[in-house]
Design a protein around this ligand. Sequence first.
Ligand SMILES: [Zn+2]
Length: 298
Amino acid sequence: MKNCLNKKCFGKIELLYDYGSIYNFNQLNFDCTTDSYLKPKIYKCKKCTLKFSEIAVEISSSNIENKYKDIIDHIYINEIPYKKKYFNKLFKKISRYLDDKKTVLEIGSYYGVLGNIIKNDVKSYSGLELSLHGSNYAKEKYNLQIFNESVEEHVKKDIKYDIIIMSDVIEHFSDPFKIIKLINEMLNPDGLLIFTTYNIDSFYAKITGKNYHWILPYHLFYFSNKTLKNICLENNIEIFKISNDTRIVSLYYLLNKLEMIFPKFKFFFSFFKKLRNIDINVNLFDLNIYYAKKVVKK
Ligand SMILES: [Zn+2]
């Protein structure tokens, strides 16, 4: 019997979902728009309710980092026009916390789409990105300052930030607890952490259960509002606001996903894929924006 991956909890865990997938853990594909659809076993901590995948248990963090370093994601690059629309909306929602006096770090800046939207409205923008291809693209295409290094490496530079942003990144870390701790170290006293992820306790995630579409090999953790609040508080960060996060995806992208979930209906989806330039709003109320600040010690 293994224990909760949050060492501050270390409660007993139980197997929640088992898909019978057999992995060669060294050959997993971690591209964020990967086509592979073998879902990993999901465990749940009986004490703190944290959910995480067998991959978080089986693969070392250095191995996971190496996978991200090598990522070249052409599917994402093709989706950039839609990503821009989504990130523009996200920017509008978080812009009340940004101004020309704020220094911003984005952890997991990937191809730099959000950074390119933020950079002109803040004092400075920097991105942290493990993928060399993503880092170079963001530097060359958008002229962004990108550090091609891990959070652990970056924290050694002892740079403090007013705002740290993570867009759909926290679920990818093998040790998110350590990452939150390091974020606290990198934030100025009145700094803010703003991040997005899915909420595994949302209505949609609950009704779809083991078929929830965000259960994927590269998503190692499945947080809820409750588990996120706990983990942040354990590291002196307090979530003070949670809002819903509407996504925009292309119809083509959505049909591709549906085709993977329902292969029997491929002919049906293929017909609609001809209309590939239509973009649609998707909101299943399972994705949130979390706003957090440092706990002020009295
Ligand atoms: Zn636990």
